[in-house]
Design a protein around this ligand. Structure first.
Ligand code: DC
Length: 222
């Protein structure tokens, strides 16, 4: 059976790496919904706008087209047909995307784009509201969590690999701030999805996380 598997949770819980691994094991496609939000944030930044809540931000989004594309099992994100998968990881995009994702029109624009690849199932997607809003009837909904200090440590390593050095306390503060913002927004907040399964990844390796989710998926017919 071709399942839809959603993986939600706070920043740094390992969602992306885990979701990608689960998709690989099951030979499903992987959709990184955060990347779609990031591509819209990039369009806004390119228009010279840094206030996510300004009318200029919405104007900057109009007329732009964001879409996922799969190449050798890997998802790329296209902005107006051009692959921007690298650019969307910049600190500027990271700073703008969280407030921008609280704008209702932004979420509306991306809803159909996220649903489309799930038409035939066989999809693993990760984000903040993929099990609550995007696919409320998903076959398996995972909520990945981890202690904020551990998440900060992982994010710090990720930044280091990208050539950015930051102290653990700074990264921790940023992660906690982002959690607060993503969880307290009135629209599609980061929340535990109905019928979801929580996995606390503190102390688990990525491989262990993947194995657990694949086992759950198999038990549901994957
Ligand atoms: O997972 P990420 O760091 O790439 O996500 C970037 C931002 O996008 C994050 O601050 C929250 C937002 N986001 C969202 O609101 N809903 C999603 N489904 C995915 C991401």
């Amino acid at each position: 059976m071709n399942l839809i598997i959603t993986i939600d949770g706070p920043a740094g819980a390992g969602k992306t790496t885990t979701a990608r691994g689960v998709a690989r094991e099951l030979e499903y496609r992987y959709l990184d919904t955060g990347a779609l939000y990031r591509a819209l944030a990039l369009a806004v930044l390119r228009a010279g706008v840094t206030d996510a809540f300004s009318p200029e931000a919405l104007k900057a989004i109009e007329g732009h087209n964001v879409a996922p594309r799969w190449k050798d099992d890997d998802m790329q994100v296209l902005l107006d047909g051009v692959d921007v998968s690298g650019e969307i990881r910049s600190p500027e995009v990271t700073a703008l995307v969280s407030p921008l994702s609280a704008v209702p029109e932004v979420r509306d624009v991306l809803l159909e784009i996220q649903r489309e690849p799930g038409q035939d199932g066989a999809l693993v997607l990760d984000g903040r509201d993929t099990g609550s809003v995007v696919f409320p009837d998903a076959d398996l909904k995972i909520y990945l969590n981890a202690d904020s200090r551990e998440r900060a440590g992982r994010r710090r390593l990720e930044l280091r690999r990208a050539g950015i050095e930051k102290g653990l306390d700074d990264v921790l503060q940023e992660i906690e701030e982002r959690d607060r913002r993503d969880s307290s927004r009135p629209l599609a907040p980061l929340t535990f999805p109905d019928g979801g399964v929580e996995i606390d990844t503190t102390g688990l390796t990525i491989e262990e996380q993947i194995t657990r989710i694949v086992a759950l998926a198999r038990s549901r017919g994957a």
